[in-house]
Design a protein around this ligand. Sequence first.
Ligand code: FUB
Ligand code: ZN
Length: 650
Amino acid sequence: MTHAATTAPTARPAQPLRAHAGPVAPRATERLVQRPLPASAVRLDPAGHLGRWQRLNADATLPHSIGMLEDSGALPNLRRVTGEHGGPFVGYQFADSDVYKVLEAIGWEIGRTGTDAFDGFLDRTLDLLERAQDADGYLNSFVQVDRPAERWADLRWAHELYCAGHLIQAAVALHRGAGRADYLALGRRCADLVVATFGPGGRAGYCGHPEVETALVELYRETGHEPYLATARRMVDERGQDLALLGPDRLGAHYFQDHAPVRESLEATGHAVRQLYLDAGVTDVFTEQGDDALLAAMRAQWDSAHHQKMYVTGAMGSRHFDESFGDAYELPPDRAYAETCAAIADVQWSYRMLLADGGSRYADAIERALLNAVAASVSADGRSFFYSNPLHLREGHREEENAPSRRTPWYSCACCPPNIARLVASLHAYLATATDDALRVHLYGAATIAVPEHLGTGTVRVDTAYPADGRVLLEVDGDLTGSLALRVPGWADRVRVAVDGTPLAAATRAELPLDDGYLVLPAGTRRVELDLDMPATTVAAHPRVDAVRGSVALMRGPVVYCVEQADHPDGPSVEDVRLRAGGALTVVPGDDPLPRITAEGVAADAADAPLYRTGAAVPAAGAPVRLTAIPYAQWGNRAPGAMRVWLPLA
Ligand code: FUB
Ligand code: ZN
């Protein structure tokens, strides 16, 4: 995305930054292939690609979201509980979770910068939440006021546990990032009630929308209190066991991932965000407690989602009707639902799989989703958002609220915007991990990484314009006594490496001696130049993705491109363009750090063509056109118009 400069000042830290963990901080390490670094060990350079995004998030997305919590009714809903607001409940039953996601984002933001800019909001909101929370820890503004007799009565739809999960995650983030024991206590009161109600010895039950599982595990990690973990485990174990806990629904049991026990559920199905949040929670439970059947199911789930049901942008979920995964290879570009939250959930889950299972494929998936699907969901000014992320916007698109032609400032179901805020505020935590003997770098961005104590002292400085180009310079300032393992992305064909000034290899990825996708450089390495060739290329989908058969997408490195009408103001319609097979693709630098791609195409105006023609299998040849493609993440920031990722070949 193009990150416009913003002017809102970010308060400077008054104190040295706190050392703190990021969103995932496993306690049990014996099953982990690698461990997270503390979030405070990684600082993204504010001038780099990811760092600019974090700055935009802090300066624009977060303040905007705080304002929208008021305007959308989410905070007034909570004031109904305290009697300060007399209007009706506004929005969906789970609107409280919008507040919690913003709070979570603030926790990571304070941890990252030490800012005090949000302290007033934090204090006011804590005061409100504490007063709204029932004495036994219950907090749900819809149920408390409108259905007081129906606590935990509608596990299928009421989202009480889902909201509790987001409250718990906010509490953990604010405790880790900002040292807020008051927020942790608020979250624990709620979690203790969840444990008392649904934990061991309590009634059986789990939420129609998974989320609380991963939250409870993280709270266990933060506090060491075992019942949180045991409750998450119980919810994972009970799900899909035909206990009639959620009951029948017009959307079917698959929608809720309640059709089969978790260990037997090997295909990504049903509501995409629900499936992916559940998978994150299951992976967390495996990490803490073991059970190889859980890991095996997660591997199968991951393969199903990523090898059969993922868009080229990393987005997931192709059906609008129930926001769900489709069948294998059902990936229509124009009717892609591709909800922002699903891409975010996939980043969160794939990171947990990276920790638990290792392998650069997980980091490849994180990078793909982050730089394409998630990045596209935010406007250049950080204040409007896509909910669904189609790969083709048709001329004259008939808009639906969740499928607009342009990003909008908020949604009546506002799950996505604050979800972006919490992910981006914690992005630095995803960059690198450690094993007993190596520092592993997974995502490339200009950054400084503190060497973990067990691997020496000092920092590793990463200088790169990635993904604008593929050159990454890593320099050790201090003493790295372990090795340095660098992910060689799956998209990279040709790689040059120089270590301490000595060229090691100029090789194809397949020729490199990679360990699970990582190039491992020995202890004592001081300077590595990694140069990943980043030509513009075409990418074709599996032949069974009928919706884009005969088409290709343009990519450069990890970045997916699209053709937008705004770059072809005098025609042709991007609906009618085709790419000349084998034609040159030219990388054209411009104002934005990410270059454009120009390509040879043809176009024949098809606006008046009959819907069906007899006997003409091949479309008529068209006139030559010069096509301009921009990064998909940047589409929709200029004049409205059609856009497409997949280009039929001429
Ligand atoms: O149900 C809560 C959230 O609202 C889901 O995760 C989104 O898909 C939207 O339906
Ligand atoms: Zn969403």
